[in-house]
Design a protein around this ligand. Structure first.
Ligand SMILES: [Zn+2]
Ligand SMILES: [Zn+2]
Length: 152
């Protein structure tokens, strides 16, 4: 469900801010989308290595910082790790406290809710993070399966 920009669009954004749209940067953008849900820099590095073994982890970190700065990616800390999110539309995170999976949930009302807050409080929202914690459907099922059978 992520809204992935084309390589051309990404190159345009990067150049528009006075940076060079190097093949490495574009490969890291692709890897950000292809490394599963909310990958860490290490996950992204693993993915990008399959295409370009010359990309170092340091380059991945630096490029991700650039993407965050340019509004091409979000950054979120969870369990002492930084995860990156290519989805820049408003969404809610469903964070599983058991397996660490982070899923995106798009809620149409979010945007309306935020403009309502701005109108009512005159607070200008410049950042947001909506996290819900709990058990994902897999972990919920697993938990049910290992719980002792009822004696009834
Ligand atoms: Zn889970
Ligand atoms: Zn997300």
């Amino acid at each position: 469900m992520t809204t992935k920009k084309s390589r051309q669009e990404i190159a345009k954004v990067i150049r528009g801010h006075g940076y060079r749209a190097t093949p490495q940067r574009l490969a890291i953008y692709d890897a950000l989308h292809e490394s599963g849900s909310h990958p860490t820099a290490q996950d992204i590095h693993q993915t990008v290595l399959e295409r370009d073994p010359s990309v170092s982890l340091a380059t991945v970190y630096k490029t991700l910082q650039l993407f965050v700065e340019l509004g091409l990616a979000g950054e979120m800390g969870f369990r002492d790790q930084t995860h990156y999110d290519p989805e820049m539309e408003y969404h809610v995170h469903l964070v599983c406290t058991n397996c660490g999976k982070i899923e995106d949930l798009h809620v149409d009302e979010l945007e309306r809710f935020m403009s309502q807050i701005e109108e009512e409080t005159e607070f200008e929202i410049t950042g947001r993070r909506f996290d819900m914690y709990g058990l994902c459907s897999d972990c919920k099922r697993e938990k049910r399966d290992i719980s002792p059978p009822s004696l009834a």
